[in-house]
Ligand binder design. Structure first.
Ligand SMILES: Nc1ncnc2c1ncn2[C@@H]1O[C@H](COP(=O)(O)OP(=O)(O)O)[C@@H](O)[C@H]1O
Ligand SMILES: [Mg+2]
Length: 241
């Protein structure tokens, strides 16, 4: 149950509260050709909240995540992460925000083939902290948490799709980012592993007070979220069922 609800006949207090971790306003995006992806898209996510985004293939879910991560530009609108508007930053500052405050599970994983799995997972920490030994220890703990105990010295070429996906998830969570973005994070996992990874995901969001956005086709994944939003041409619509 969320905290801060009203008790009995008292009306809920309208205190200003902490600002949302993610605040997206009036976002629009077109791609070359006749197709417009979305417009008037608003999205507000508070600390500790996990949101699932569903929608038909090609509707722009991955594009939206890329925009939230500052990896793609919107045509209009604003994205504010933890009080910082992405559009106001130059490329160096944007890269810093991405490194320090964002964890991204890419649909295609992007595990670097020439680094060990431990090095891959430790990378987000190594980029922001000089303590390499601590980064390695935390990376090993994250590999344990996704069920890849003792695999830190291995390489991506030795892994199945499902194992690569778990490395990608460990890497996205290792630095306890403020904003966690995941593009179909359980798409390659068997049901038991998917459940385990989803629990880890939800725990990272709620335990660290992060904002989580998960694109998914899976009802199990959507069920663990606080809200399920459907992406369409006119932005995000909350699904109530
Ligand atoms: N840079 C781009 N140039 C042209 N078309 C693009 C570009 N990025 C995405 N698209 C198109 O936009 C649509 C939405 O893509 P995507 O965000 O990957 O959808 P989803 O993740 O919902 O399946 C697709 O039709 C895709 O081909
Ligand atoms: Mg996609």
């Amino acid at each position: 149950m969320p905290e801060g609800r009203c008790n009995g006949e008292q009306k809920p207090e309208r205190r200003p509260g902490p600002p949302p971790l993610l605040d997206v306003r009036d976002l629009s995006k077109s791609v070359p050709g006749p197709r417009r992806l979305f417009r008037h898209l608003d999205l507000t996510i508070n600390a500790g909240e996990l949101v699932a985004i569903v929608g038909e293939s090609g509707v722009g879910k991955s594009t939206l995540l890329n925009i939230l991560a500052g990896l793609d530009d919107a045509d209009g609108g604003s994205v504010v992460i933890d009080g910082v508007e992405l559009g106001s930053l130059d490329e160096t500052a944007r890269t810093r925000v991405r490194r320090e405050r964002i964890g991204f599970v890419f649909q295609a994983f992007h595990i670097l083939p020439y680094l060990t799995l431990r090095q891959n997972v430790a990378l987000p920490l190594a980029l922001v902290s000089p303590d390499a030994a601590a980064a390695d220890r935390r990376a090993d703990a994250m590999l344990d948490a996704v069920g890849l105990e003792g695999r830190g010295d291995g390489y991506a070429r030795d892994l199945s799709g499902g194992e690569l996906q778990r490395v990608a998830i460990a890497r996205a969570l290792v630095h306890r980012p403020a904003l966690i973005l995941a593009d179909e994070p359980t798409g390659n996992l068997d049901p038991a592993t998917a459940a385990r990874v989803l629990a880890l995901f939800a725990e990272a969001v709620r335990g660290n007070g992060s904002a989580g956005v998960m694109v998914t086709h899976s009802e199990t994944s959507a069920a663990i979220a606080d809200r399920v939003l459907t992406l369409g041409a006119d932005g995000l619509v909350e699904r109530r069922d």
